[in-house]
Design a protein around this ligand. Structure first.
Ligand code: SF4
Length: 342
């Protein structure tokens, strides 16, 4: 343990349950060793929502996650990030004005038949827009359940911002390619005719996570040649043409469970963020052999270090506090609460 590490631990001990440190699975090990809870977006949202005694919550993850924590906690609880500039490029691919334009276009083509479903990897403003229109947020763990909730109401899904999670989920529920359309905000009218909008049961926003779109069919073919006995599992933010070649797919927590449930001596190749793959490889050493499908790291998650976590705990600068204005938070909370209920 380093001096920085010892100081963080001393501070945590002194603060007791007045301080809650949350760490996403994609964080560095040096950061995660100080976390009170480690999880994916859904698990950490639940921790934030039930953090009754915590006066300060430190979110070691990216900006949209800390926003969700601020929305779900009481007004007197303060949420901070060691690096508030750790954003998510995919969340930044959907802006409120362009999403509103798209929504109006869908209403014109097939009025009152849509419900928005917003991936938690989105800004509070997009979640608010979704909450105001009767929709729900979702994570990669419960996306299928939320799609079903929409389809059971005989409505159509407008999903954003990740094209691939939306498409993979629709296929998993048995929808056909003709049921799915992609709305491209960079193209006129989203690149969709009124007829194609009316035909679609699911429309997905053309956004992506550059960490998961890095995996290719060639990566999978190479593993099949080099390690024919290995099982391959990928995250559903991976494009469908790659995902369908894998043995399994699943959210971060589902990938972890897949590894934990694997038989002794098995080999698993994982297509997701590199920090998580490395941690699983370390934890499973001597039992299950874990390899990365390809080295793909999230540079934003990587911005948080033990040193800037320590600096935050020493100084609590106002600039590191994440505040979602109540006018946005109230509407976004509707979408997040629905997700937690579903
Ligand atoms: S891994 Fe992808 S979706 Fe997650 S924070 Fe990084 S860029 Fe965003």
């Amino acid at each position: 343990m380093t001096e920085t590490s010892d100081r963080i631990e001393a501070f945590r001990k002194e603060q007791g349950d007045r301080l809650l440190i949350l760490g996403h699975h994609y964080q560095r090990p040096e950061v995660l060793r100080h976390a009170d809870a480690i999880g994916d977006s859904l698990e950490l949202s639940r921790h934030a929502a039930s953090a009754g005694n915590a006066e300060r919550i430190v979110f070691c993850g990216v900006h949209f996650m800390a926003e969700s924590a601020d929305i779900l906690t009481a007004p007197e609880q303060a949420v901070y990030m060691p690096r508030p500039d750790a954003g998510c490029p995919m969340a930044d691919m959907a802006w409120r004005d362009e999403v509103e334009l798209a929504w109006n276009q869908l209403q014109t083509a097939a009025s009152d038949e849509w419900l928005p479903v917003v991936y938690v990897n989105s800004s509070a403003e997009i979640k608010a827009l979704c909450g105001d229109r009767g929709g729900s947020a979702c994570t990669s763990s419960n996306c299928g359940r939320v799609f079903q909730w929409v389809l059971e109401q005989k409505k159509r899904v407008f999903f954003l911002p990740d094209e691939h999670l939306g498409t993979n989920t629709a296929f998993q529920l048995g929808l056909e390619p003709d049921d799915i359309a992609v709305f491209d905000p960079a193209a006129g009218n989203g690149g969709l005719s009124q007829a194609s909008i009316r035909r679609a049961r699911v429309i997905v926003w053309k956004g992506f996570c550059h960490v998961h779109t890095l995996f290719s069919a060639e990566n999978i073919q190479n593993v099949r040649k080099e390690l024919p006995d290995a099982k391959i599992i990928v995250h559903p933010e991976t494009p469908h043409e790659v995902l369908r070649l894998a043995d399994a797919s699943g959210s971060t927590s589902q990938i972890i469970k897949y590894v934990q449930d694997a038989a002794d001596g098995s080999r698993i190749v994982i297509g997701t963020e590199a920090h998580l793959v490395q941690r699983l490889a370390d934890e499973q050493q001597g039992r299950v052999t874990i390899k990365a499908l390809w080295y793909s790291m999230c540079p934003n998650m990587h911005k948080i270090t033990e040193s800037n976590l320590h600096q935050l705990l020493e100084t609590w600068p106002e600039a590191a506090r994440i505040r979602v204005p109540e006018r946005i938070a109230a509407s976004a909370r509707i979408a997040l609460d629905r997700m937690l209920t579903l």
